[in-house]
Unconditional design. Structure first.
Length: 286
């Protein structure tokens, strides 16, 4: 439910809405919600409520624009449609993020900086300040790495055609204009000693990537984390296009640009910490 509801959130966040979008996501969400209901699971679950609130925004958006949303009623059961229309939660959907809100990022507390970071997929047409980008990368070098081996590497792409070729293979940025800058995060496997460290390339790369995302937020650059989930064939293709050495492992990509005056972003709800914590202070059983 979370996966397909988030697909709809991303569609709702576009600056230029393509109405009646997301038919496959709607069908898959309907199937997931029907199964959730038929199994008697708790409908107060955040994942279920999120689905209802995203669907409500979808329907309201179409109705407000005078666009036909009858396809939603054909895909979802009458019971779920009634739940959608009576839903009073705003857990899911979209919200605005403005450039003005980012002007004082350097003075924010860590908590405010972290909680104010959103995945931004649409950027201003102005060029990215490469000095600010370099500062963000320098900040990220403070991320911990096993035995301080610092295996993380960053490749910066600014050539429009190169960015297009990479994202065509990556496949997770469709429907948006190309970002002005694309970063590729890799880890150097020669920094590791044995097969027992096989997972450390991902741990170190992930820690560095999160630090880099926060560094980008600190210098007021808009960014969106992009996955590196490839078939063997696509990974070989990506390595060829991006010039990735055989000794490096591709961790992820980050689209980067300047903030627009205002964009809409998916709310991307989070489960409460108590639901994912075991032991004192947590609510997870086991």
């Amino acid at each position: 439910m979370t996966f397909f509801a988030h697909s709809l959130e991303k569609g709702l966040s576009h600056s230029e809405i393509r109405y009646q979008f997301g038919i496959n996501a709607l069908r898959n969400l309907a199937a997931a919600m029907d199964e959730f209901s038929s199994r008697g699971f708790d409908k107060s679950s955040a994942a279920y409520v999120n689905g209802l609130s995203v669907l409500r925004e979808y329907v309201v958006l179409h109705d407000a624009a005078g666009e036909n949303a009858e396809h939603v009623r054909k895909i979802f059961s009458e019971a779920i449609i009634e739940e959608v229309l009576s839903c009073d939660s705003y857990l899911g959907g979209t919200l605005p993020v403005s450039k003005k809100d980012k002007s004082e990022n350097r003075d924010k507390t860590f908590r405010d900086l972290f909680l104010g970071r959103w995945s931004i997929r649409e950027y201003a047409s102005t060029p990215v300040d490469l000095n600010s980008l370099a500062e963000a990368i320098q900040i990220a070098t403070k991320a911990p790495s096993v035995c301080n081996r610092q295996s993380a590497r960053v490749t910066v792409f600014t050539d429009h055609e190169m960015v297009k070729q990479i994202l065509d293979v990556q496949g997770g940025f469709t429907g948006y204009l190309l970002p002005p800058v694309l970063l590729m995060i890799t880890t150097e496997t020669s920094a590791f000693l044995s097969v027992t460290e096989r997972n450390q390339v991902y741990t170190d790369g992930g820690l560095f990537s999160m630090a880099l995302l926060l560094g980008l937020e600190y210098v007021s650059l808009a960014a969106c984390a992009l996955n590196a989930m490839f078939t063997v064939r696509d990974e070989r293709k990506m390595r060829h296009i991006a010039g990735v050495p055989e000794s490096e492992n591709i961790i992820m990509f980050i689209a980067v640009g300047n903030f627009r005056e205002q964009v809409f972003v998916p709310k991307s709800f989070r489960f409460p910490g108590s639901e994912i914590t075991r032991g004192p202070g947590g609510g997870v059983a086991g």
